[in-house]
Design a protein around this ligand. Structure first.
Ligand SMILES: C[S@@+](CC[C@H](N)C(=O)[O-])C[C@H]1O[C@@H](n2cnc3c(N)ncnc32)[C@H](O)[C@@H]1O
Length: 224
């Protein structure tokens, strides 16, 4: 098997080291020694957008906020699913991840950052949600951690807790959708969603690429 080659390294705002690696056509982003994101299988990252946007009553003129750029698959699926008058904002914490998506990772998901409907917010998605006007978004789609339980980064706890969900509820239009990628469908996140005023559902998604056989989940909260 070919060895991994290091393409670039950068520090996240919290000081953790990010390393971008390549082996043949496969790319990997490693953070603090563990695999954050791989290009092996994009099925469930894309499903966050397809399932979330499917749940919208109206796609025309939709405004969507995506939390976590990663390798751009969720963003690319949103671009595919939305009409030409949509606006898609992607919030990414690590400037180098945005840079890599304009460079060595750009072709993986089909260069979604070049789509004229896309705007990048470099920073905490929580900060973007807090700064949003009431009813600004039709959908908020988050893939910034393992999912609600257990979190890899305690700093993301606000986003998946009651206070963050109430804030997401405020900035979504009635009928708007809050979607979360999750490593598994286990846990009681549906109860947290309901306590913040959402109708809750969970959708299991099986990988169809090189991680075939592994299943993850998309949690959806719909604002009544
Ligand atoms: C697993 S990756 C997302 C993968 C993405 N769904 C895709 O299609 O490739 C998580 C991303 O979220 C970013 N991130 C982590 N915490 C964040 C936060 N609080 N706000 C914004 N971005 C965050 C990470 O830097 C990383 O790029």
């Amino acid at each position: 098997m070919r060895p991994w080659e290091t393409l670039a390294e950068a520090d996240a705002p919290d000081g953790e080291r990010l390393v971008l690696r390549r082996r043949g056509h496969e790319y990997l982003i490693v953070v603090g020694g563990w695999d954050l994101m791989s290009s092996r299988d994009d099925t469930t990252a894309r499903a966050l957008s397809t399932i979330g946007i499917d749940a919208l009553r109206e796609r025309a003129g939709a405004r969507v906020l995506i939390g976590g750029l990663g390798m751009g698959y969720t963003l690319a699926a949103a671009c595919d699913a939305l009409p030409s008058d949509a606006h898609i904002e992607v919030a990414e914490l690590v400037p180098a991840v945005v840079e890599w998506n304009r460079g060595p990772l750009a072709d993986l998901a089909g260069r979604p950052l070049e789509d004229p409907r896309v705007e990048v917010f470099v920073g905490e998605v929580a900060a973007r949600i807090k700064a949003a006007k009431a009813g600004e978004f039709d959908a908020i789609l988050l893939d910034v951690d393992n999912g609600p339980e257990p979190l890899a980064h305690e700093e993301n706890a606000w986003l998946y807790g009651r206070a963050g969900l109430r804030e997401a509820h405020r900035v979504l239009r009635p009928g708007g959708v809050f979607g979360v990628w999750s490593y598994s469908a286990e846990g009681s996140f549906d109860r947290t969603l309901k306590s913040a005023g959402f109708e809750a559902s969970v959708h299991k998604v099986a990988n169809r690429g090189r991680d075939r056989g592994r299943t993850h989940a998309i949690w959806l909260g719909r604002r009544r």
